[in-house]
Design a protein around this ligand. Sequence first.
Ligand SMILES: Nc1ncnc2c1ncn2[C@@H]1O[C@H](COP(=O)(O)OP(=O)(O)OP(=O)(O)O)[C@@H](O)[C@H]1O
Length: 249
Amino acid sequence: MSGAALLEVQGLRRSFGDRAIIHEVSFRVRYGDILFVKGASGVGKSLLLRALAHLDPIQGGKTLLNGVPPEQLGVPKWRTQVTYVPQARVQPKGTPSEFYFTAQQFAAQRGRPRGDLPALIHELGLEQGVLNQPWTELSGGQSQRVILAICVALKPSVLLLDEPTSALDHESALRAERVLKACGAALIWVTHDDAQPERVGGRIITLPLGTMTEIEAVRSTGPPALENPAHGAAPDGPLVGALTEVVVQ
Ligand SMILES: Nc1ncnc2c1ncn2[C@@H]1O[C@H](COP(=O)(O)OP(=O)(O)OP(=O)(O)O)[C@@H](O)[C@H]1O
């Protein structure tokens, strides 16, 4: 793979006590890249994404964003650029509009560019009203698409997608794939749907060994993998864990 790395992962290890889950995983992604993560249930796909967002401690290896480690950038800014979109249904307090407003108040999020949230909601096949309904009143599929729209609107450089279409019908999944492919962020995307990488294009890393497969036939036709000025090569503001932590709680 040529081009400057946006996110570089070197020899990442994740374990619980003496039980190693992720062994020495290494890869690089550039702006606009799509990397699918596959593997059997329980192999460590969610743990890998959480480790990349530095939501959990890692037991070895390095992660670099534009060549800068999280301890130098600061974890809140790291998470503003490398945002985890959780697999589980999220139910923060209040409504999605309130949640989006709160997320933008985090210090690491202030002054950053935003996407068009209402347009994203529409593209995902939702009514605008969902933004003002309590999370507790949304269906699993509505909730999954709203959180996806919010995370895309916050414009991270890398989206860590933990089965982002698992609660969606086929048509809604296709809409989500189109939105994600067009959003400009690099995507690291856990899926159990073998047809998804074929539709979307990109590369596949299969755990536990970390074997990489290039999908040539339907390679992503999105924008070239160049630095995206909208995201900023040297993030001045932000990305925060605050968002991800609110989501994950
Ligand atoms: N806090 C924890 N303590 C101990 N073991 C854990 C913890 N969290 C996860 N694990 C174990 O780590 C392994 C990987 O979990 P992970 O959730 O990453 O799997 P996964 O590949 O995403 O699975 P699925 O496809 O079912 O979502 C599992 O065996 C799980 O039991």
